[in-house]
Structure formats: C-alpha cells, structure tokens
Design a protein around this ligand. Structure first.
Ligand SMILES: C[S@@+](CC[C@H](N)C(=O)[O-])C[C@H]1O[C@@H](n2cnc3c(N)ncnc32)[C@H](O)[C@@H]1O
Length: 239
C-alpha cells in the first residue's frame, strides 16, 4: 500500500514537472511572437531550438550586449536573432553558417520577406573532412574552414551559438566550433551549445569547459559556457 502511494506521488510530481516545462515553452513562444513587427509565420520543427532556448539566447544578446555573433546551423534562430539585432539598432555583425545550399536559399527568402536580409550574412560552408587540429575522437567532418576563415577574418565574437552541423552527420559533429574559433573569441565570449541532453553534445561541452576554464551552466536541453556575470539571463521559470 505504502509503495503504491509513493509511486502515485512520484507520477504526480513528474507530470507536474512536465506541465511546468510546457508552460515555460508557451510563455517563451508568446514572447517570440511579439518580437516581429508584423504577424509572420516562422516555421519551427523538431530540428529547431525550443522557444525557451531561443529566448535564453536573446536575453543573453540583450543583457550581455553581444554585438558580434556567429551561429552554426540556420533556422528559426537566424530569424529571431536577426530581428533582435535590428530592433536593438546598434552596429552589429551576425553570421549564420549553413552547410545545406537548399536550406540556405530558403532561409534567405524568409529573411527577405521579413526585411532582415541586411541583418545577417548566411555563409554557405559545406561539410568537409576536418583537420585533426580541430577534430575530437571519431569526428571526421565539419564546415569548410577555408571558406569560414576567409569570411570571418579576425572578427572577435561576443556570442557563439552552436546548433549545427546536424548531429547525425559525423560523431561529435559540433566539437570543432570551440577550437576553431578560439582565436576569434575573447574572455567575455558566450558559448551556447544546443542538444546537451544527448551524450555526445554533453561530452563536447564538458570538454570545452576543461579546455576553456569558463563556467558551465547546464539546462534541460542546452548548455552555456561563459565567464562570471552578476546578471542572470535565464528565462522566466515557473516553479
Ligand atoms: C539543428 S538544425 C539548426 C536549427 C536552427 N538553429 C533552428 O533553431 O531553427 C541543424 C541543420 O539541420 C538542417 N535542418 C534545419 N531544419 C531542418 C529540417 N526541418 N529538416 C531537415 N534538416 C533541417 C540545416 O542544414 C541546419 O543547419
């Protein structure tokens, strides 16, 4: 009898947690809806970052005043970040690195429809064999580093969002962003890695932490590496 009650209580607690998580996502989704200057449908799929993760990125861009941004893996994030930077109105640089040409063209059409073409440069960088210098364990592919380097030059990035390449392209597909961009980063650079609920991405961010000595904050599906800040940028949480 006691065991049965305990099991029911645990199930109720787990269900309540799931409901709170869903409410947090709805709250974040509503915030994103109000970011755009006019109603516009942004496709979001199982490949997109969650609304809460996107709001967390936008909070960081606002609160930590990130003006030089690079993301790996275009999608809904590209549109929301471009709109945020445009709304802020300051000078900024935003690159979005994309390995799929069809996806890049589709993204550019959406940016155009929203009047955001000048707010981001999508860099088409197909996946290629990655040099050992930037690879981890069995990883053998990453974005074309020659194209990437020639485009970004010596830009120092304030915010690096890693949501590509697609996790199934090669083991530890997202590892190279940190070693490759070390010379394009500074003490205050924020590194955001999505999908750290998966074992490989979890290992990647733990390895980056060891290599960088930055503070690691892990959330349900993503992780952030950054230096100390007295300002918390986590989205509103329902307790
Ligand atoms: C995880 S997705 C990037 C998602 C993006 N950051 C967002 O939040 O919307 C990584 C790569 O998968 C590809 N991709 C994006 N959406 C896709 C979809 N719905 N189906 C198949 N591939 C997709 C693109 O090449 C993209 O660069």
């Amino acid at each position: 009898m006691f065991k049965k009650i305990k099991r029911i209580v645990n199930e109720l607690r787990a269900n309540q947690k799931k409901m709170l998580y869903a409410q947090e996502q709805l709250y974040a989704s509503n915030k994103l809806l109000h970011l755009l200057p006019r109603p516009y449908f942004i496709p979001e799929t199982g490949w997109s970052m969650t609304p809460r993760a996107i709001v967390h990125c936008l909070n960081l861009i606002h609160i930590r005043k990130a003006k030089t941004i690079i993301e790996f893996g275009s999608g809904a994030t590209t549109l929301y970040i471009a709109q945020t930077l445009k709304n802020l109105g300051d000078d900024f640089i935003f690159y979005s690195v994309e390995s799929d040409l069809t996806w890049k063209n589709a993204m550019e059409a959406q940016l155009d429809a929203l009047g955001l073409s000048d707010s981001v440069t999508i860099l088409y960088c197909p996946l290629k064999d990655v040099s050992k210098e930037w690879a981890y364990k069995e990883q053998h592919l990453w974005y074309d580093t020659a194209i990437l380097k020639s485009e970004i030059g010596d830009t120092l990035f304030d915010f690096v969002l890693v949501d590509g390449p697609f996790g199934g392209s090669t083991p530890y597909a997202r590892y190279s962003a940190y070693p490759f961009l070390t010379d394009n980063s500074h003490n205050g650079t924020i590194w955001f890695l999505d999908d750290t609920s998966r074992p490989m991405e979890r290992e990647i961010i733990q390895t980056w932490k060891t290599e960088s000595n930055l503070n690691l904050s892990l959330y349900k599906r993503y992780g952030i590496l950054a230096s100390e800040s007295k300002f918390d940028a986590s989205p509103y949480a329902f307790e």
